[in-house]
Design a binder for this molecule. Structure first.
Ligand SMILES: *[C@@H]1O[C@H](CO)[C@@H](O)[C@H](O)[C@H]1NC(C)=O
Ligand SMILES: *[C@@H]1O[C@H](CO)[C@@H](O)[C@H](O)[C@H]1NC(C)=O
Ligand SMILES: [Zn+2]
Length: 446
């Protein structure tokens, strides 16, 4: 009882500390000549004695400046910035302290402390109506850890691969913390949602009967880590601002490569697979990359036409591991963009979050005199338009093929929701334009 309380307090403290520390991107608008953009997310010095991390090969902290004039690089570390840096290091140190303690004992917090209601929800974790937002509240913001742990354990993967529970907890806690909780959309709840969707797809008869425990483990870990350390802006923003990740990954699948390499870093740091052969570890890491890299939305057409070709020729054979892994790629792609396939109540919340994140990027671009990315301008885009385009050009084409592959009740349910949700957004758009017509303020004939 006493110890559970202490750990609950420790967990709250950790959340508070990390929330102070993790700015996706913050900029100091008080300086007119140089906008100071800093990514605090990509930071961690977490080792306790003896286990040094080279995770992401990143520097203790990263900052980059965007100059209005392209002439000279002006480094203006205001007193405020220095203060911020110092306090940041203080948080870092204390969080490192808690982290070690937390990881060893998180079994207590997450098992005893957590609400019976959350446990109850997990009984229906394979249900397409699963409300991840509610689950996240019931687990006190630990949806990704709780859900993934449950799925691995419930499906016998912990036993099968003889995973060490403490290492697994530590790995999952690190994964969850490496998502930026300040991102409106690309945060740990999105990762938990994608993991839940992935699980629903893995349960589909075609997959369930041919997938090995290895494939299931791979699929769930890929889902949980697929957006790890996402900065809340997209690749074109990183390229425009000369971010080091764009250089590192030569402008191609910059974010996806980073998510994958971050996941590999955490796997190594946690030692989760340390008991496996070097060959298996290597195989896990590269297959993880193979699947996560498929979530690059700018390459959707390539994947989709491959999928169509396979389906047209009826040549997918799930006895073949290459084909199973291709299906894992497609399943993760579906899980990643399945928001419009959920009920309106859930789907609408996701739409609001993603729009907020896009508009935030647009605001930064406007502030920095960069070209505004399409969809990111709150003055010209709106949530309904964005959703209609997203559904028409990305979601429907993908899920139509998925339903050809796996023609089940779930696939029909998902397509049903997509249709209804698209109609709702269209209805809202019409209402909006007719009310604008009726509103004298918009009447320019006066
Ligand atoms: C990445 O894109 C930027 C901006 O278009 C360009 O300056 C840079 O040379 C590109 N880098 C590589 C490796 O292609
Ligand atoms: C991100 O970048 C692409 C350009 O590669 C752009 O078309 C897109 O609209 C941008 N913004 C968002 C929110 O995706
Ligand atoms: Zn994602």
């Amino acid at each position: 009882m006493g110890i559970a309380l202490i750990w609950s307090i420790a967990l709250i403290l950790i959340k508070w500390i990390t929330s102070k520390r993790r700015g996706a991107i913050s900029y100091d608008s008080s300086d007119q000549t140089a906008l100071y953009i800093r990514m605090l997310g990509d930071v961690r010095v977490r080792s306790r004695a003896g286990f040094e991390t080279e995770r992401r090969g990143s520097h203790p902290y990263i900052d980059f400046r965007i100059l209005h004039s392209h002439s000279e690089i002006e480094i203006s570390l205001s007193a405020r910035n220095i203060r911020r840096l110092l306090s940041f290091q203080r948080y870092l140190r204390s969080s490192r302290f808690f982290r070690g303690v937390n990881a060893q004992n998180s079994l207590y917090i997450l098992d005893d402390g957590y609400n019976g209601q959350a446990k109850c929800m997990l009984e229906k974790v394979g249900n397409w109506n699963f409300d991840i937002f509610l689950f996240d509240r019931l687990t006190n913001g630990n949806s990704l850890v709780s859900l993934t742990f449950h799925l691995l354990s419930h499906n016998g993967l912990i036993d099968h691969f003889q995973l060490d529970m403490v290492k697994l907890r530590r790995f999952l806690v690190m994964v969850q913390e490496d998502y930026h909780s300040q991102n409106p959309y690309h945060n740990a709840v999105h990762a938990a949602d994608v993991t839940q969707a992935m699980y629903c797809y893995l349960k589909e008869p075609k997959l369930a009967k041919s997938f090995t425990p290895w494939d299931v483990l791979l699929g769930l870990i890929a889902a949980a880590t697929h957006d790890l350390d996402h900065p809340g802006v997209n690749q074109s923003f990183l390229i425009k601002t000369n971010h080091y990740l764009a250089t590192l990954y030569k402008n191609t699948s910059v974010l996806e490569n980073h998510h994958w390499r971050s996941a590999v870093g955490l796997l190594r740091e946690s030692g989760l697979f340390a008991h496996m052969s070097a060959e298996d570890r290597q195989r896990m890491e590269s297959q993880l990359g193979f699947i996560i890299l498929a979530t690059d939305i700018s390459r959707q057409n390539e994947y989709l036409s491959q999928f169509r070709t396979h389906l047209d020729r009826g040549e997918l054979c799930l006895e073949n591991s290459a084909h199973r892994h291709f299906i894992l790629q497609m399943a993760l792609k579906c899980a990643d963009i399945c928001n419009p396939c959920r009920t309106w109540e859930l789907s609408k919340q996701w739409s609001e979050k993603v729009t907020e994140e896009f508009f935030y990027q647009g605001d930064v671009e406007r502030k920095c005199n960069l070209d505004l990315s399409p969809l990111c301008d709150r003055l010209t885009s709106n949530i309904a338009n964005i959703q209609i385009g997203f559904i028409t050009y990305l979601v429907e084409p993908l899920f139509v093929e998925w339903a050809r592959f796996s023609n089940t009740r779930l696939s029909q349910t998902m397509l049903g929701h997509v249709g209804l949700n698209k109609a709702s957004w269209k209805g809202m758009l019409q209402e909006r334009s007719s009310s604008e017509e009726a509103d004298p303020a918009f009447d320019d004939t006066d």
